[in-house]
Design a protein around this ligand. Structure first.
Ligand code: GLN
Ligand code: ZN
Length: 696
């Protein structure tokens, strides 16, 4: 949308006469040039999903496209769609991000201050675009406004009125289908009811039915999001038919649509490609294609009678009941363990200052210790070996030995570059969550359940279907092997309970926090096993802790409480001498800093380079007591940062945090980078650390 609206920041001006695609990539990924290197635009998480977007940058000089050009993405899409529906324009509903959510999704520069100053220009631009859309003969356009499920103030509300009233006035024949999702619109229902819209979409999975009354009474059509767009479970179709009957029976004058709760971008494509799933589990699932059928079945049952979908209903009922009763799902020993967790299990033996002293003796690290976040490049060879192993082309021994060879190289490299706290490089992990999922009982991995994460990167979230257990240690052999290769400290790498929860498809038959505690207990066992295997530093990654934050303020304290608790249960089983690290990326810490401190990790590494350390402000203000490694190297960009640049970043960091508390590391894991980039960057990083040590 930013590219379509031509909201192109100043620093890409020199690419104005280059191909649009090059400029597009420069904005998304950064670009290195001989004289003109540019950094990428900021990437953020889309609401509470694991989908990332590149947010616009607004300044006082921001202008928007007048859409007089012809190469407009949505017009091309409409033209394409037209072929599939035999030219019947009434069957095409193009989807655009709504103007207000767009305006809220970006960063505002200091010279602008008030983003709403851009509203008139943005309105004009959207009008021009919608006019072009209307000219194609399309009757209705969907504008996505998920900002309506968040807490919005009067200014935002006024922006909604201004822009939507103007659209209705200027383009009276174009019907607006306003889509809200990811939660309940609650008190914003009154605002939505006021707006001149044809249809309003409501998420009835994450939200309740209260708003329906307000919207229905305002005379609009309502689209009911009855099928979960964010999860993979079969819908209880009978229950949904009853819900639909009840709603439609109450509001007899309203026209209803049935749909998924939100876009199906967040669910995998088609279950029929899964040939290896446990058949009992597979029978409980529905991916996007299956969800579309569910939507059709619900609608048909309502319009034509349940008799017309008798077979579908019977099959569905069997699947729903099988899941409710299955022994694969319910294990008494797991439920008992969760209910006997004590307060003691969620706290370290001593306070941080005491631990810090003890760990200093055990680890003897210099000022500004250097480390990395865990993964090293997942090379083509690594992925080929894994694919060959999966196909059965090579033996398990051959696979393990190939991975160990990689670990050997990674350890040797780190010794050569002289990094202080080493890692094994995570070659054996396809993905930080899926890997653990594959090693837990109660999880399944899919073959093709891909979901887009950012750009061309996709993730394949595993599915938590039952009570969780770990039948044997998962990481000990790998980490012990890596430690055996070096006298330096080897840091073990685990994924934390919230991140596993957040990046998996989670059971919907028990509260999320119960599932999180089950994960925490298995991670706790792994942490203890690592300590027993004489590993001195253990990192438990929690990059997803902030993304689990509920969108509404009123729900946040409760979430943070249990999130902190499960992290602590997973990490507090160790002695004072063992150093616990955690890692978080893509996070703004202001609002959650107290909870981050409450995690009480001995060291936290965070992504900080793109914000040029500004993120540390929250830590400073809070007087964050434990150690911090603010990232000095943006691993999302192919650009190699210079030594001076990293020194400069650390000097900035030390304005926020006393230097005795600082570590030096990249922003995140290096798995998506090439060895060439990693080699140069880390050499410079260690040199930077050494210079800083000399200076201080
Ligand atoms: N340890 C993981 C890695 O280095 C962390 C990844 C993440 O934070 N997303 O790849
Ligand atoms: Zn990270």
């Amino acid at each position: 949308m930013t590219f379509e609206l031509k909201v192109i920041p100043e620093r890409y001006k020199h690419l104005e006469n280059e191909s649009p695609l090059r400029r597009y990539f420069a904005m998304a990924r950064g670009e290195k040039g001989d004289s003109n290197s540019v950094t990428a635009m900021k990437m953020s998480k889309w609401f509470d999903t694991n989908y990332h977007y590149i947010g616009p940058e607004f300044s006082s000089g921001t202008t928007f496209s007048d859409f007089s050009n012809d190469d407009i993405k949505v017009l091309n899409e409409i033209a394409e769609a037209k072929q599939y529906v035999g030219g019947d324009m009434s069957r095409i509903r193009p989807v655009l991000l709504g103007p207000v959510t767009y305006l809220l999704s970006g960063k505002v520069s200091d010279d602008l201050k008030d983003r709403f100053a851009l509203l008139p220009a943005l309105t004009k631009s959207y009008l021009a675009l919608l006019k072009r859309v209307a000219d194609t003969g399309v009757e209705v356009v969907q504008l996505d406004e998920p900002a309506l499920v968040t807490d919005i103030d009067d200014k935002v509300k006024q922006a909604y009125r201004n822009i939507y009233i103007t659209i209705a006035k200027e383009l009276p024949s174009l019907k607006i289908f306003l889509s809200t999702y990811f939660g309940d619109i609650y008190e914003n229902a009154n605002l939505v009811a006021e707006l001149p819209l044809d249809t309003v979409h409501l998420d009835l999975i994450r939200g309740g039915e209260e708003s329906i009354k307000t919207i229905a009474e305002s005379g609009k059509n309502i689209s009911l999001g009855l099928v979960d767009g964010r999860n993979i479970w079969k819908t209880d179709i009978k229950r949904k038919i009853e819900q639909l009957k009840r709603i439609a029976g109450t509001y007899k004058n309203t026209q209803f649509y049935v749909g998924s709760s939100c876009s199906l971008l967040h669910a995998p494509m088609d279950l029929s490609f899964e040939t290896k799933l446990h058949s009992e589990v597979a029978n409980w699932l529905a991916f996007s294609v299956q969800k579309l059928k569910e939507i059709a079945t619900i609608t048909k049952a309502y319009n034509k009678g349940e008799r017309t979908v008798k077979k579908e209903l019977e099959e569905n009922k069997k699947a729903i009941q099988s899941r409710m009763k299955s022994m694969l799902v319910h294990k008494a020993e797991v439920k008992n363990r969760v209910s006997s967790v004590t307060v003691d299990m969620a706290s370290r033996n001593s306070e941080f200052p005491i631990r810090k002293k003890k760990q200093k003796q055990v680890l003897s690290l210099p000022l500004f210790p250097t480390t990395t976040i865990g993964s090293y490049p997942q090379t083509v060879e690594i992925r080929k070996k894994r694919a060959a192993f999966r196909k059965g082309d090579i033996t398990q021994e051959a696979y393990i030995s190939a991975m160990k060879d990689n670990i050997k190289e990674v350890v040797k490299f780190q010794e050569d570059v002289d990094i202080d706290v080493l890692v094994h490089g995570e070659p054996e992990r396809n993905d930080m969550v899926e890997y653990f999922g594959e090693n837990f009982d109660g999880f399944v991995s899919t073959q093709n359940g891909w979901v887009q994460s950012y750009g061309s990167r996709c993730v394949k979230p595993p599915i938590i279907y039952g009570d969780l257990t770990r039948s044997k240690p998962i990481t000990i052999e790998w980490i012990s092997y890596a430690q055996s290769l070096t006298k330096k400290v080897m840091k073990a790498m685990l994924t934390g309970p919230i991140t596993i929860l957040q990046w998996s498809f989670v059971r919907d038959d028990q509260p999320r926090k119960d599932t999180a505690m089950q994960i925490a207990l298995t991670i706790r066992d792994e942490v203890t096993d690592l300590e027993n295997a004489n590993i001195k530093v253990i990192q438990v990654d929690e990059p997803a802790i902030r993304e689990g934050l509920p969108l509404r303020k009123r729900d946040r304290a409760e979430y943070l409480d249990w999130a902190v608790n499960v992290f602590k249960v997973s990490t507090c089983g160790v002695s004072d001498n063992t150093q616990i690290h955690t890692h978080m990326c893509y996070s703004e810490f202001n609002e959650i800093i107290a909870s981050i401190a409450a995690l009480d990790a001995d060291v936290i590494s965070i992504e900080a380079s793109r914000s040029r350390m500004q993120l540390l402000d929250a830590f400073k203000e809070f007087e964050y007591p434990n150690d911090i490694g603010p990232g000095v190297y943006d691993i999302h960009s192919p650009r190699v940062p210079s030594e001076e640049e990293m020194i400069d970043l650390m000097e900035r960091a030390s304005k926020f945090i006393p230097k005795e508390q600082l570590w030096i590391n990249p922003d995140c894991g290096l798995k998506t980078r090439s060895w060439k980039e990693v080699e140069s960057s880390l050499k410079f990083m260690v040199k930077a650390a050494k210079k800083l040590r000399e200076k201080y």
